[in-house]
Design a protein around this ligand. Sequence first.
Ligand SMILES: NC(=O)c1ccc[n+]([C@@H]2O[C@H](COP(=O)([O-])OP(=O)(O)OC[C@H]3O[C@@H](n4cnc5c(N)ncnc54)[C@H](OP(=O)(O)O)[C@@H]3O)[C@@H](O)[C@H]2O)c1
Length: 257
Amino acid sequence: MQLGLGGRRAVVTGGSKGIGYAICEELLAEGASVVFCARHGDDVRSAAERLAERGTVSGVVCDVTDPVDVEQMVSAAARTLGGVDVLVNNAGGAHPGGFEDLSDDDWRRDLDVKLFSQIRCTRACLPHLAASPAPRVVNINAVYGRYPDPAFFATSVNRAACHNLTKVLAAQYGPRGILVNSVNVGFVDTPQWERIRAARAPESTREELLARLAAAEVPLGRAGTPDEVAGVVVFLASDRASYVTGAVVDVAGGMGR
Ligand SMILES: NC(=O)c1ccc[n+]([C@@H]2O[C@H](COP(=O)([O-])OP(=O)(O)OC[C@H]3O[C@@H](n4cnc5c(N)ncnc54)[C@H](OP(=O)(O)O)[C@@H]3O)[C@@H](O)[C@H]2O)c1
């Protein structure tokens, strides 16, 4: 299948590791040029060096919870790339915990990195997307947004808001040709699971924890890999998804019945 992504210009938030890194790899393999961001400079530099073997890429240090950082990152990306056709809002992180474990500050931090980061990055990219021949936004979300789990309480609530952000952006900007979709992740083996393991199951290895959760909740019986998510994200960013907008697609091995 020809995805038609050659020459497209993509911004990926949280591209130094995990799912975001795999999305950068896949976009580069399809001939897109990429600017990605993350907070830790050493990780950004090392990821950019590895990704440069695959195509035209640069990394920017940016915290998506900081409005000034986001404005600067998107301006720099648009200058470097000559515009922006694709925005992948991927940066985020798990905040495990039940209702009584969450303070107001925890809720605010989680909303900031999940919902507000998608709002800010999309707003900053809008003028560039409006000038693109094939503008796309893909938001990385979680199955918990429509299949709530009290053990991931804040994620369950805040990702539901992200789903409606996707749908209402799709409704508002569809007439201008800007396609906005969402990919829901279930359990995907990435560095963030090391943090979840330490908080929730310090006696287990990451593989044991993921295998246990997948056996209980995932019909396919295993955790996913970052490239299994990246393939669907890049399809949604491509010309072959030209009639898909406002969709929330699960890439979660059937989790969330
Ligand atoms: N893996 C899963 O099972 C799973 C399940 C549901 C949803 N998700 C969602 O999928 C997305 C990717 O997750 P992942 O598992 O790949 O996570 P990960 O392995 O922890 O990687 C997260 C990436 O985002 C960056 N990042 C985190 N906070 C950021 C911030 N405030 N500003 C800029 N960059 C930031 C990280 O780099 P720095 O730390 O250097 O900033 C890193 O590059 C997240 O939104 C996550 O919530 C994942």
